[in-house]
Design a protein. Structure first.
Length: 226
């Protein structure tokens, strides 16, 4: 039984229990972590980001919460970039949920989390970067002509940004260590599971189309269609 068919079965049984607006809660948690670090860290020296980060040694030492709390970590950048990133995460996550429904989106996100955790145990640390990128790739696959403003003023279709990021991932996969390769593959397992079958069907159909076109051209040159 295919992966998608299995999800449809789960949806019939458990779909009514699926949390809704998941990305709103995830983005809200990231914002709260950033605000807490911004306010509390200079005064108390306490950093939620440091407590939430996933490291294999600390998880195995009993700090089990880190298995999940790393998903709440905001991007490590300036305030303006973080506001833009969190808004963009919410935009793509809510769009995917509207397109798929809450159950399918939650499964997609959960598969990404599980992949990131697996990558964390393989490499020693986990990040939600590839998890969030898997949302971006899914959004680009469904809405390739959606336009964003690059650097806040250059309009560009989302598919070109996805191609660029995919190329960078490919370079990292080729040139990186085995731990980097494992992190990329494991953290993008949700995209592979959801979009891989259609991607390979597209390649197969394109190959068949080229073969039929080449056969037609050969027959035309041989005079069969004259």
């Amino acid at each position: 039984m295919g992966f998608h068919n299995k999800i449809r079965q789960w949806q019939l049984r458990y779909g009514r229990y699926a949390p809704q607006n998941l990305m709103m809660y995830m983005v809200g948690a990231m914002a709260l972590v950033y605000i807490a670090d911004y306010i509390l860290a200079p005064v108390t020296g306490l950093s939620l980001s440091r407590l939430f980060v996933f490291t294999r040694e600390e998880v195995l030492a009993g700090q089990i919460w880190r298995i999940f709390t790393f998903t709440f970590l905001p991007p490590n950048d300036s305030l303006l970039f973080i506001v833009f990133s969190l808004y963009f995460y919410y935009l793509i996550g809510s769009s995917l949920e509207r397109e798929w429904g809450s159950f399918w989106f939650d499964i997609y996100y959960l598969c990404g989390v599980i992949g990131a955790i697996i990558a964390g145990f393989i490499t020693g640390s986990a990040t939600n970067y590839y998890l969030n990128m898997s949302l971006f790739f899914a959004f680009a696959a469904l809405y390739p002509n959606f336009q964003v403003l690059l650097f806040f003023f250059i309009p560009i279709k989302i598919k070109w940004l996805a191609y660029l990021d995919a190329a960078l991932f490919l370079v990292s996969f080729i040139t990186g260590s085995w731990s980097v390769r494992a992190a990329i593959l494991a953290s993008l397992i949700n995209f592979i599971l959801f979009f891989g079958p259609s991607f390979f069907r597209g390649i197969r159909d394109a190959i068949k189309t080229r073969q039929r076109r080449a056969q037609f051209q050969r027959e035309y040159r041989d005079g069969r269609w004259n």
